[in-house]
Design a protein around this ligand. Structure first.
Ligand code: ADP
Ligand code: MG
Length: 238
């Protein structure tokens, strides 16, 4: 315990929540399957970044998380890698339809970046990702979603449009990520986020990541996450 506390301190990680899984030092410590380890190596990732060291074991254990770390700290892989594991752990993958992993981001540029990162790792298992954001034809997106996928990366407004058009169902969604939550708030997406959360089964795993944690974002997080572990790396702006 003392050793864990010292390791967290050396990483400048502040953690709160009960029964927090201990941080890892390597990707091997995460118990990833060989396919995923190869995909990680192919990206040139040698060891987890600071946020990944603490976030990966928490998310892999099935816990909800509030992850706070500055831009460029590697937050994306903190939710994408455990998402792949989560999806592969679902029994009878083919039985129902709709995405299992749903990732929301504030802008199409950010959603697109996450989509690209997701595809690199999803490919290892032949999982299908769909990008759902403005600037693309709704009809094309509708058709793509209808063809089926395990992962959706979306901006909130377009995702709601697609759900309304019945391009997809949230029946199977059990892993929800809200990325750049502070910016989603700044852009006025709180009602859309609440609507999306309300359409996903309550036994989901929910992850919220942000570069800063203003009080209103923390408040939303506490409402929609269950017993989250809060992990903050470095200085945290409000
Ligand atoms: P954030 O979302 O925190 O702003 P990103 O997830 O976009 O950060 O990651 C920033 C950069 O770091 C990306 O280019 C990503 O490929 C790279 N990266 C992520 N994890 C690692 C790692 N473990 N080792 C090396 N590079 C990494
Ligand atoms: Mg990011």
């Amino acid at each position: 315990e003392q050793e864990v506390a010292e390791y967290q301190k050396s990483l400048a990680i502040r953690v709160s929540g009960f029964d927090v899984p201990r941080p890892v030092k390597t990707f091997e410590d995460c118990g990833f399957a060989p396919e995923l380890m190869r995909a990680i190596a192919k990206q040139g990732y040698e060891k987890p970044t600071t946020i990944q060291c603490q976030a990966l074991p928490i998310v892999l254990s099935g816990r909800d998380i509030i992850g706070i770390a500055k831009t460029g700290s590697g937050k994306t892989a903190s939710f994408v890698l455990p998402m792949i594991v989560h999806i592969m752990d679902q029994p009878e993958l083919q039985k129902e339809e709709g995405p299992i992993g749903v990732i929301c981001a504030p802008t199409r540029e950010l959603a697109h970046q996450i989509y690209l990162e997701t595809k690199k790792f999803a490919k290892a298992y032949g999982l299908r990702s769909c990008a759902v954001y403005g600037g693309m034809s709704k009809l094309d997106q509708f058709k793509e979603l209808k063809a089926g996928c395990e992962i959706v990366v979306a901006t909130p407004g377009r995702l709601i449009d697609m759900i309304k058009m019945k391009a997809l169902t949230m029946m199977r969604a059990t892993y929800l990520v809200l990325d750049e939550a502070d910016r989603m708030f700044d852009l006025g997406f709180e009602p859309q986020i609440r609507s999306i959360v309300g359409q996903i089964r309550p036994d989901r795993q929910t992850l919220l990541f942000s570069a800063t944690m203003p009080r209103k974002v923390e408040k939303l997080a506490r409402e929609i996450l269950g017993d989250p572990v809060r992990v903050a790396v470095g200085e945290v702006g409000m």
